[in-house]
Design a protein around this ligand. Structure first.
Ligand SMILES: Cc1cc2nc3c(=O)[nH]c(=O)nc-3n(C[C@H](O)[C@H](O)[C@H](O)COP(=O)(O)O)c2cc1C
Length: 337
């Protein structure tokens, strides 16, 4: 049997296969951050298509942390109801619902003040962010905790902290964006402190599955590389994180040579820290995904754009690997067997 279609157990959960829909912003929410009809069509079709886990797009823990005015949000209780309907539906179709909790930091484009570890703009087109005070950092931690509580109420089985792609938490981790001279800047321990506190705050209220998404390469002199994430992974393991979802880049503009599987070696390096990892990035075929798992470079495979092209990617991959997949509704068996 292929590894890709072998179930994956993590804490109390069992994913029916190792195919995960990567978090991808759709910018289809209204200004209130609430779920719309589009989100049902979009996520339900991938659930019916057979992926084991869907990680819902970056969902902002505060209004000012949105990448755009059309991001999904989880900063107030009124947003729970729509999310809860969505998780109920995804579970009905046999897919585990996960959510990515996010704060865009200096890359937020919504109106009002934007925030970051240091008052350095992302690029010349971006506004200069406000440098967060220690009290304001405490509030950020609390916002992630409150958002996690809402996500649990909404029925998500996997929470993923977005610490990648140059958004707020990655800005703290990377010396390219973090020039602080207090307890949150300088050494690796200090730059990790915000992420560490958010993990602890969520672990206080959640004994379910917790992922962290990281960017394990800044592709820039003076920035972070995959090896820097090995101790981070060890700390995350000690704090009860279950899996690290390994992406790269985007804290500063950089030239990235992207080719099939280009981020897989980063995942393999981070895996040395002792936690299971997810590999993502230009993995577009069943053979590639199976190869990564067979080589023990990762434990699950996240698929992004290929799932936008083909909601039935899991079904097609199963066919290619000779696995008979149980469809989400019985009548599909007449076509899938
Ligand atoms: C339209 C789109 C939106 C994305 N939004 C997010 C996001 O919300 N959170 C995140 O961590 N990554 C986001 N990403 C990155 C993807 O999760 C994934 O890492 C990336 O697309 C590489 O995988 P792929 O080659 O399979 O597409 C997005 C990518 C795309 C194409």
């Amino acid at each position: 049997m292929s590894l890709l279609f072998e179930p994956f157990s993590i804490r109390q959960l069992q994913l029916k296969n190792r195919l995960v829909m990567a978090p991808m912003c759709t910018y289809e929410a209204a200004n209130d951050g609430r779920v719309t009809d589009f989100h049902f069509t979009h996520y339900e079709s991938r659930a019916i298509g057979g992926v084991g886990l869907i990680i819902q797009e970056a969902t902002s823990v505060v209004p000012e942390g949105r990448i755009s005015a059309n991001d999904l949000g989880i900063w107030e209780d009124a947003q729970i109801e729509g999310l809860q309907k969505l998780t109920t539906s995804l579970k009905k179709y046999g897919t585990i619902p996960g959510i990515q909790l996010a704060h865009a930091g200096r890359k937020a484009t919504v109106e009002g003040q934007i925030v970051a570890p240091s008052a350095i703009a992302f690029d010349e087109q971006s506004r200069v962010p406000h440098e967060l005070s220690i009290d304001e950092i405490d509030e950020v931690v609390l916002h992630f905790k409150r958002a996690a509580e809402r996500a649990i109420q909404a029925g998500f089985d996997v929470l993923e902290i977005h610490a990648a792609h140059g958004y707020l938490i990655h800005e703290f981790l990377s010396p390219l964006a973090n020039k602080r001279q207090d307890a949150y800047g300088g050494s690796a321990e200090n730059r990790y402190r915000l992420l560490g506190r958010i993990i602890d705050a969520i672990r206080d209220i959640w004994d379910g599955v917790l992922f962290v998404r990281v960017s394990a390469d800044d592709y820039t002199e003076g920035g972070l590389v995959a090896e820097d994430y090995v101790p981070f992974a060890q700390w995350m393991k000690a704090q009860g994180v279950d899996l690290i979802d390994v992406s790269t880049g985007a804290v500063v503009h950089a030239k990235i040579d992207a080719f099939p599987l280009y981020q897989v070696p980063h995942a393999a390096t981070v895996r040395q820290g002792g936690l299971p990892v997810g590999a993502v990035g230009l993995i577009t075929t069943a053979e590639q995904a199976e190869h990564v798992l067979q080589q023990q470079q990762a434990d699950v495979i996240l698929i992004g754009r290929e799932l936008l092209r083909d909601p039935y990617f899991a079904y097609h991959a199963a066919k290619q690997l000779g696995h008979t997949m149980k469809p989400a509704i019985p009548v599909y068996e007449r076509a899938w067997q």
